[in-house]
Design a protein around this ligand. Structure first.
Ligand code: HEC
Length: 157
C-alpha cells in the first residue's frame, strides 16, 4: 500500500516535472521570438503601495469608461457617448489636481503633460460626438487610446 502510494507520488512529480519542462521551453521560445528577455526601463512612479492600488483602480475604471464610450458610439447614442467621455475623462479641476499629485510623485513633468493630453483628447471626443460626427468621434477614440498607452510606455509602478 505504502509502496503503491510512493510510486504514484513519484509518477505525479515526474509528470509535473516533464510538463513544466515543456511549458518552460515553449515560454523560452516565445520570449526569444519577442527579442529575448528585457528589463523594464520605464520610469517608476515612486509612491506608497496603497496609492498604487488606488491608482490602478482608477486605471481599470478608465478602461471601463472606454468600453462604455465604444458601446454608446456603436449604438449611435452620440449624446450619451459625449456625456460619458466628458464626465469620466474630460479635463477639469479635479482631474488637474489628481494628475498634478501623481505627477509630483513621479518627479517628472512628462507625467502631467501626458495625463493632460489624454484628458484633452476625451474632450475632443465629447465635442465631436455632441456635434453628431460619429466618424470623427471614433477617430478621437483611437487617438485617445494611444494617449493612454503613451504614458504606459514611459511610466510604471
Ligand atoms: C499619465 C499617465 C497615464 C495615463 C494617461 C494613463 N495611464 Fe493607465 N497606468 C499608468 C501607470 C503608471 C500604470 C501602471 C503600469 C505598470 O506598472 O505597468 C497604469 C496602469 C494601467 C492599467 C493596469 C491596471 C491594473 O490593474 O494593473 C490599466 C488597465 C490602465 N492603466 C488603463 C488606462 C487607460 C484606459 C487610460 C486612458 C483612458 C490610461 N490608463 C491612461 C499611467 C497612465
Amino acid at each position: 500500500m505504502k509502496k503503491t502510494f510512493v510510486t504514484a507520488a513519484a509518477i505525479t512529480f515526474l509528470a509535473a516535472g516533464i510538463s513544466f519542462a515543456v511549458d518552460h521551453s515553449e515560454m523560452h521560445e516565445m520570449m526569444m521570438k519577442e527579442g529575448g528577455p528585457k528589463t523594464d526601463t520605464r520610469t517608476e512612479l515612486k509612491m506608497p503601495e496603497p496609492m498604487k492600488v488606488m491608482h490602478r483602480g482608477m486605471m481599470r475604471q478608465h478602461l471601463d469608461t472606454l468600453s462604455e464610450i465604444t458601446a454608446a458610439l456603436a449604438a449611435n447614442k452620440l449624446e450619451k457617448a459625449a456625456e460619458i467621455a466628458k464626465e469620466n475623462l474630460g479635463w477639469n479641476d479635479a482631474q488637474e489636481k489628481m494628475c498634478a499629485m501623481f505627477g509630483d510623485m513621479a518627479g517628472d513633468e512628462d507625467f502631467f503633460a501626458l495625463g493632460k493630453a489624454m484628458h484633452a483628447k476625451a474632450d475632443d471626443l465629447a465635442d465631436d460626438a455632441r456635434a453628431g460626427n460619429r466618424d470623427k468621434a471614433l477617430t478621437d477614440l483611437s487617438q485617445l487610446i494611444r494617449k493612454c498607452n503613451a504614458c504606459h510606455e514611459k511610466f510604471r509602478h
